[in-house]
Design a protein around this ligand. Structure first.
Ligand SMILES: C[S@@+](CC[C@H](N)C(=O)[O-])C[C@H]1O[C@@H](n2cnc3c(N)ncnc32)[C@H](O)[C@@H]1O
Length: 221
């Protein structure tokens, strides 16, 4: 296990170790945003599943977008008038997101944060969105992440997880099974999966129909 890098006490990334994805690729998440071409998940518009969810009134104030990337989902919610904070470990992604917000005259907030220590934000949210982050963590990482999500989701608040699923052909990387999702969020750790529906996630390496996904609606007990 790599040693955590020395950091200042108020550094939001203090004690952070490379995630399984970073160990596998040998690169920090930020490197995905410093290439000439956009990252495979960085599709340049919000995920259709999130747009639909928002149009159905799924997002109540206040919203946290965990692992927001360059902020398309965050900015879509901000454009609807919701107070929304997007957080990410990749400072380059956050800089791009802030530039987009300024260009679109939107007041979304973006901040650096480690998804394993969301409690350090010192804030609670009615709605939390995870679009493509849960599935990037391996089974050993997920319990700590789920605890971290619980620390910022208000009682009776809602967490949405949109992740690659194993249901169907042409799956995305790290497809998640229904059992894995249900096991990660259950009554014993303060969650109730109220809906788990097949959906799609668009990427730059799938056609317009995207990849098989789960959209989980999870209530904080
Ligand atoms: C697959 S991308 C999805 C980005 C965005 N939600 C979207 O839909 O375009 C996963 C994002 O999670 C971020 N991330 C990974 N590990 C993280 C961590 N420990 N804390 C905060 N963000 C993290 C990555 O930098 C990346 O932007």
């Amino acid at each position: 296990m790599p040693e955590p890098s020395p950091t200042l006490p108020d550094d939001p990334f203090r004690g952070r170790r490379p995630t399984s994805h970073e160990r596998m690729t040998g690169l920090p998440w930020d490197a995905s945003y410093r290439r000439d071409d956009p990252a495979p998940w960085d599709i340049g518009h919000p995920q259709p599943a999130i747009v639909r969810l928002a149009s159905e009134g799924g997002f109540a104030r206040t919203v946290l977008d965990a692992g927001c990337g360059t902020g398309e989902n965050t900015l879509h919610l901000a454009a609807l008038g919701l107070p929304v904070l997007g957080v990410d470990v990749a400072e380059t992604a956050l800089a791009i997101a802030r530039e987009k917000a300024a260009a679109r005259a939107l007041s979304a907030e973006f901040a650096p944060a480690d998804a394993f220590h969301l409690d350090r934000l010192g804030r609670m949210f009615e709605t939390v969105l995870d679009c493509g982050l849960f599935h990037a963590f391996d089974r050993d990482e997920r319990p700590e992440y789920v605890t971290s999500l619980a620390s910022v989701t208000k009682h009776d608040g809602t967490l949405y997880v949109l992740c690659f699923s194993d249901a169907g052909p042409d799956t995305g990387p790290h497809p998640v099974t229904e059992q894995e999702l249900r096991a990660a969020f259950d009554h014993s750790n303060g969650w109730n999966v109220v809906a788990l529906k097949p959906d799609r996630v668009q990427t730059r390496f799938h056609d317009h129909n995207g990849a098989p996904a789960w959209l989980a609606t999870i209530r904080r007990l």
